[in-house]
Ligand binder design. Structure first.
Ligand code: FES
Ligand code: MG
Length: 564
């Protein structure tokens, strides 16, 4: 039997399928659609516009443009709402809800009649959630991102959200920026719609989604407010109709090879550490694993070529004008699996072509003059992180790469907040600061708390960086010698949970090691005393505690992974 298309797809069958479809058509007609419209194939549009998502402020106009593209190509566009997640507005943190959004989006794609879907996303967790959903729903999907915000001009410099926000806040904490000035900066940091304007998680994920083939390469970086962004939306609609004629399912795009390409691009971008967790989760949905040893091989053989904040100078608008992903991929084409295809079946060779006519080398460096000869991220392993940990070496201080010192432990976020600025805190610039109890299993939901603030007394004394480590994440817009995603996490009974203030810790980036220098006998005795904190009893929190995987597996929910 051939699969029904359009509105007829998946009509309920309580013994009389014809009636169910009759009812559906009649209810659809109450919205004013003609029979001719209802006879067309349906393109669903996942709408993540929300008054609690500033990044997605342009969702209504983007959806209008997607609809135009769908209609021009002969489909019927039907938008539907899903959960929307915006970084600053969620507690305990947006990551805690990424899988909920993925679950919601997958269920709504699968439950409602649509032959393909355009996913309108952008803010950090939304693109991964949507791609995880699409991979599991198995419906052909186009990713449309809202695009990055434009930088604002302020007192002779440019500002575009969070790297600048952290920089100003750090200066305010250190006492070099006044109350009045910090209040004024607040209204100047983010002044347009769109995602954070640096190579943070949102921008990185947009670039990875495009590399995987879910959107045209240049569509990753078109500014949110540029007219081309609306044209990209129109094209996304047309692409979704082409996908109905020639279906290319998400699992065709997400393969071992394309995931390696995405990892190469992540490195060359100097992209966000979070992207690694998200890419692991997306790949995990089709049974592809991101292996940390392979990650290190890729990192050691991929130069960082993009010079954007948080580690460099430019903004996403500069990357786009500099030639964007086409320029970057052209530069590293010998490192990529060029036979990977996109939604149109075009190979990377075809998508990259001869590269753009113009490349601005201020922001996209040539291979001969990389920002760094090796990739931004490295995986570490050792007695403190048997299943791995991640360091963004491109955002870290090189003099701290080989470091052995006593640690000071903060047991959870409340403890950190209560003591970090205490002038009596017994830490020096050498101390390794450790935060535990903030991984995927924690009630905090693996927040971006890994960027432990420099204690105020040390900040005042001019200390800019210290070795910090935790089982949580760091914002893609942050920087410092910060070891993240330690696995197993403290709450999973990992060695991190056994660390005590005063223990010696050894970090060696050269050897890719992270070790807790404490005798096994002492650890065994601590392990015997260790008790897991009580688990939440109801709702989403309880489900997360029961089902969430560790960071190397993408912190996804076990029951959402493919069976077998
Ligand atoms: Fe949405 Fe930064 S808050 S991308
Ligand atoms: Mg972010």
């Amino acid at each position: 039997m051939t699969e029904k298309k359009g509105l007829a797809r998946g009509a309920a069958n309580y013994g009389d399928k014809e009636f169910a479809l009759y009812l559906r058509r009649s209810f659809a007609k109450s919205m004013g659609y003609s029979q001719a419209a209802l006879d067309r194939p349906v393109v669903g549009i996942a709408d993540t516009g929300s008054d609690l998502n500033n990044c997605h402020r342009t969702a209504p106009e983007l959806i209008e443009a997607v609809k135009r593209g769908v209609l021009m190509a002969g489909g019927l566009p039907l938008a539907f709402p899903t959960i929307s997640l915006c970084e600053p507005f969620l507690q305990p943190c947006s990551m805690h809800y990424r899988n909920l959004m993925a679950l919601d989006t997958e269920a709504m794609i699968a439950a409602q009649p649509m032959d393909s879907v355009v996913l309108v996303g952008g803010c950090d967790k939304t693109v991964p959630a949507q791609l995880m959903a699409a991979a599991s729903a198995g419906v052909p999907a186009v990713q449309l991102v809202v695009g990055p915000m434009s930088a604002n001009r302020y007192m002779g410099e440019r500002l575009a959200a969070c790297t600048d926000c952290r920089r100003y806040w750090g200066r305010y904490r250190a006492g070099d920026v006044s109350e009045e000035r910090i209040a004024e900066v607040e209204g100047n940091l983010a002044t347009t719609a769109g995602t954070c304007g640096v190579m943070g998680t949102a921008s990185t994920m947009a670039c990875l989604a495009a590399t995987l083939g879910f959107m045209p390469l240049m569509a990753a970086s078109i500014p949110a407010t540029h007219a081309d962004r609306l044209r990209a939306a129109e094209e996304a609609g047309a692409q979704a109709v082409r996908l109905i004629q020639n279906p290319v399912r998400p699992e065709t795009l997400i393969t071992e090879k394309s995931v390696e390409n995405a990892l190469r691009v992540l490195m060359a971008l100097g992209g966000s550490t979070n992207a690694l967790v998200h890419l692991s989760a997306i790949a995990g949905r089709v049974g592809v694993k991101v292996d940390y040893d392979r990650l290190n091989e890729l990192s050691d053989t991929t130069p960082v070529l993009v010079d954007l904040k948080p580690t460099g100078e430019g903004y996403m608008e500069d990357f786009h004008a500099a030639g964007g992903l086409v320029a970057l991929l052209h530069e590293i084409r010998d490192l990529l699996h060029l036979d990977c295809v996109d939604l149109d079946g075009s190979t990377l060779t075809e998508r990259i072509g001869d590269g753009p006519a113009f490349v601005d080398r201020t922001y996209i460096k040539p291979r001969a003059e990389p920002v760094s000869p090796v990739g931004g991220l490295v995986a570490l392993r050792g007695s403190l992180a048997p299943d791995g940990a991640i360091l963004k070496r491109s955002a870290a201080t090189e003099s701290l790469f080989e470091h052995e010192a006593e640690c000071h432990v903060f047991d959870g976020l409340e403890d950190l907040a209560a003591r970090i600025d205490d002038d009596a805190l017994p830490v020096t610039a050498e101390t390794v600061m450790i935060l535990k109890g903030a991984g995927p299993l924690s009630p905090a939901g693996m927040p971006e708390a890994g960027y432990l603030p420099i204690p105020r007394k040390l900040g005042r004394a001019g200390v800019k960086d210290m070795v910090r480590m935790s089982d949580c994440r760091m914002s893609g817009t942050a920087f410092g010698t910060v070891v993240l995603h330690i696995a197993p996490e403290a709450l999973a009974g990992g060695p991190l949970g056994l660390v005590e203030t005063g223990d010696r810790i050894r970090l060696s980036v050269k050897e890719r090691r992270l070790d807790l220098l404490v005798d096994e006998a002492v650890l065994a005795e601590r392990r015997a005393r260790w008790v897991a904190p009580p688990a939440p009893k109801r709702g989403w929190d309880a489900l997360v505690r029961r089902e969430v995987t560790q960071a190397p597996e993408g912190a996804d929910l076990r029951f959402l992974l493919p069976e077998g």
